[in-house]
Design a protein around this ligand. Structure first.
Ligand code: ADP
Ligand code: ZN
Length: 516
C-alpha cells in the first residue's frame, strides 16, 4: 500500500513534507475533518490532493476559481493523476463524459464550482459515486464580511448533512478569529481538527509611506527598489487601475491593467503575460489575484488603503512565494481613511455588519499608524506573538517622535473655531496662514489661529491630523469635515501631553531615499 510520503515523492516529486502537511494528510487520509489555515504559498493543495489519492474513491474539490481549474487539472494530469473539472466553461457532452467517469470510479480528483456541486443533479450523482473526501478551497468565501463572499458557499453545509461519513477539509489563507468562527459555524466543522500554521512571511518586507504624490512615490519605489521586477499594484477603482497602468506605461514600464470591467480576452491575455513574463507589472483591483500562483512576484503595492488587514495580508501574501526577498508597499493618507469610513456608512448594510466593518478598518489604520514593528501588528491580528522583525520600515528606520502637545492644541482649536466642518486641507491652510479664495470667502483669515502654525510643514500637519483621527481624538464627517471627539478634552485642557510621530522625507519615499 502506498504511504503519504511515497505519493509525495513519486507522484509529486518532492522529497519531504513542509510544515504541518504530513499531519494534515495523515488526519484526513484516516477520515478526520480538518480546517487548515495556512498562508498563501504554504502548500495547501497537497493537503487534500494526497489524502484523495490515498483513499478509495474520488476527492471532490470545491473551488470558486473557475478560471484556474483548467491549469490546476492540467498540472495534475501531467503528474499522472486522473483529475478533471466540472464548470460552466465545459460543453454539455464534455461535462457528461466527466460525470460518467466519476460514476465509473475512474477519477481520483474532481474540481467543481460550488454552484454546480449544489445542483440536485450533481448531488444525486455524488450519492451514486464513491467519494474519498470533500475539499473546500478558499473557505473564507463563506464569510459575509469578507470581500470574497460567495453566497453558494453558505449552502455547502449540505455536504455534511448529506454525506456525514465522508471527511471534509476546508482550507484558507485568510482567517482572523471572526472569519475562522464563521467557517466553522457555517460549514458545520465543529468537530474538525484545526491546523493553524504561522502566518508569518519572513521574506516580505513591509513598508507604509505617507501619501504625498502617490504616483511619483510608486514610480520611485518601482525604479529604485524593484527595477525590472514583476509585481502587482492594487487600486480601489477600475478607473484608477486604467489611469495608473497608462501612466506607468508612459514612464516606460511594462504595466497592464486588470479589472472585472475589461472584456474576458483582454483580462485573460494580461493575466497570461503577467504569469509568463519576468518583469510585467499588473495594475489591478482586488478582483485580481486569488489563486494566482506566480512564485516570483517581487512586490505588491497598494495605492489605496484596503478595507481590512485580512484583505491586505492576503493580497500582500502573493509576493515572494518562492521564499526570496519581496516587498509589500503601500501609500496611505487621510483621504483614504475618509473614503473608506464613508463607504461603510453609506453602504446600507445592517448596523451589526457596519460595526464589524468599522472594527476591521480600525485595525487597518492601526497597522498604518503603528508606532513600531508592522509585522508584530499583523501577526497580533492573527493571534500570534512576535518580536520586532528587523524587516519592516519601522524596524529598519524607527520613527522619531516629538512633543506635539502645543501643535495639537492649535489644530484642535482651529477645527473648533472654524465650526467643525472643514476638511484637513483647509484647516492646514488656516494654521499655515495661507491666502486662498476660500479663506477670504469664509473670513477665516480673521481667526485667532490664522497663521499660528507656519513653523510646521504641511506634511507634518497632515500626519498630525491623521494620527489624531487614528487615535479617535477627532472624527471625520461624510464630507471630510473634521470635528472634535471627547478624547481630545484632556489635551485641550492642558492635562495631557502627546508624543506624535514625525514625518520624514525618507519615510515618504519608502525609507529608501537615504540609502540610494
Ligand atoms: P497554497 O495553496 O497554500 O497557496 P500551493 O499548494 O499552491 O500553496 O503550494 C505553493 C507552492 O509550493 C507550489 O508551487 C507547490 O508545488 C509547492 N509545494 C507545496 N508543498 C511542497 C513540498 N512539500 N515540497 C516542495 N514544494 C512544495
Ligand atoms: Zn518589523
Amino acid at each position: 500500500m502506498s504511504t503519504a510520503l511515497s505519493v509525495l515523492q513519486h507522484t509529486f516529486g518532492y522529497s519531504a513534507f513542509r510544515g504541518q502537511q504530513a499531519e494534515i494528510v495523515e488526519h484526513v487520509a484516516t477520515g478526520g475533518d480538518a480546517l487548515v489555515l495556512m498562508p498563501t504559498g504554504g502548500g495547501k493543495s497537497l493537503c487534500y490532493q494526497i489524502p484523495a489519492l490515498l483513499r478509495e474513491g474520488c476527492g471532490i474539490v470545491v473551488s470558486p476559481l473557475i478560471a484556474l481549474m483548467q491549469d490546476q487539472v492540467d498540472a495534475l494530469v501531467q503528474l499522472g493523476v486522473r483529475a478533471a473539472f466540472l464548470n460552466s466553461t465545459l460543453a454539455l457532452h464534455e461535462a457528461n463524459d466527466i460525470e460518467q467517469a466519476l460514476l465509473a470510479g475512474e477519477l481520483e480528483l474532481l474540481y467543481v464550482a460550488p454552484e454546480r456541486l449544489l445542483t440536485p443533479r450533481f448531488q444525486s450523482l455524488l450519492h451514486r459515486s464513491n467519494i474519498a473526501l470533500f475539499a473546500i478551497d478558499e473557505a473564507h468565501c463563506v464569510s459575509q464580511w469578507g470581500h470574497d463572499f460567495r453566497p453558494e458557499y453558505i449552502q455547502l453545509s449540505v455536504l455534511h448533512e448529506n454525506f456525514p461519513d465522508i471527511p471534509r477539509i476546508a482550507l484558507t489563507a485568510t482567517a482572523d478569529q471572526l472569519t475562522r468562527q464563521e467557517i466553522v459555524d457555517r460549514l458545520a466543522l465543529q468537530s474538525a481538527r484545526v491546523f493553524l500554521s504561522s502566518f508569518d512571511r519572513p521574506n516580505i518586507h513591509y513598508t507604509v509611506v505617507e501619501k504625498d504624490n502617490p504616483r511619483k512615490q510608486l514610480l520611485y519605489f518601482l525604479r529604485n527598489v524593484h527595477p525590472g521586477d514583476a509585481g502587482i499594484v492594487y487600486c480601489l477603482s477600475r478607473k484608477k487601475v486604467e489611469e495608473t497602468a497608462a501612466w506607468l506605461q508612459e514612464q516606460g514600464l511594462r504595466a497592464l491593467p486588470y479589472h472585472a470591467g475589461l472584456d474576458t480576452s483582454t483580462r485573460q491575455a494580461n493575466q497570461t503575460r503577467f504569469l509568463r513574463e519576468d518583469s510585467t507589472i499588473i495594475v489591478a483591483t482586488v478582483a485580481f489575484g486569488m489563486g494566482i500562483d506566480k512564485p516570483d512576484v517581487r512586490f505588491v503595492a497598494h495605492l489605496d488603503l484596503p478595507k481590512s488587514l485580512e484583505g491586505y495580508y492576503q493580497e500582500t501574501g502573493r509576493a515572494g512565494r518562492d521564499g526570496l526577498p519581496a516587498s509589500a508597499w503601500m501609500t496611505y493618507g487621510l483621504q483614504d481613511m475618509v473614503l473608506l469610513r464613508d463607504m461603510i456608512e453609506q453602504s446600507g448594510t445592517p448596523d451589526e455588519i457596519k460595526r464589524i466593518e468599522r472594527q476591521k478598518l480600525d485595525a487597518m489604520l492601526g497597522y498604518c499608524e503603528a508606532p513600531s514593528c508592522r509585522r508584530q501588528v499583523l501577526l497580533h491580528y492573527f493571534n500570534e506573538d512576535a518580536t520586532p522583525c528587523g524587516n519592516c520600515d519601522l524596524c529598519t528606520n524607527p520613527p522619531q517622535t516629538w512633543d506635539a502637545t502645543t501643535a495639537v492644541q492649535k489644530a484642535l482649536s482651529t477645527i473648533y473655531r472654524s465650526g467643525q466642518r472643514y476638511g484637513a486641507g483647509h484647516i492646514i491652510d488656516i494654521l499655515r496662514g495661507k491666502d486662498t479664495a476660500k479663506m477670504r470667502e469664509c473670513g477665516h483669515q480673521h481667526l485667532s489661529t490664522f497663521g499660528i502654525g507656519k513653523d510646521i510643514s504641511e506634511a507634518q500637519w497632515r500626519s498630525l491630523l491623521r494620527q489624531l483621527v487614528a487615535m479617535a481624538m477627532i472624527g471625520v464627517s461624510e464630507h471630510g469635515g473634521l470635528y472634535l471627539l471627547d478624547a481630545c478634552r484632556g489635551i485641550l485642557r492642558g492635562e495631557q501631553h502627546l508624543q506624535l510621530r514625525k514625518v520624514s522625507e525618507a519615510r515618504q519615499w519608502g525609507g529608501t531615499k537615504a540609502s540610494t
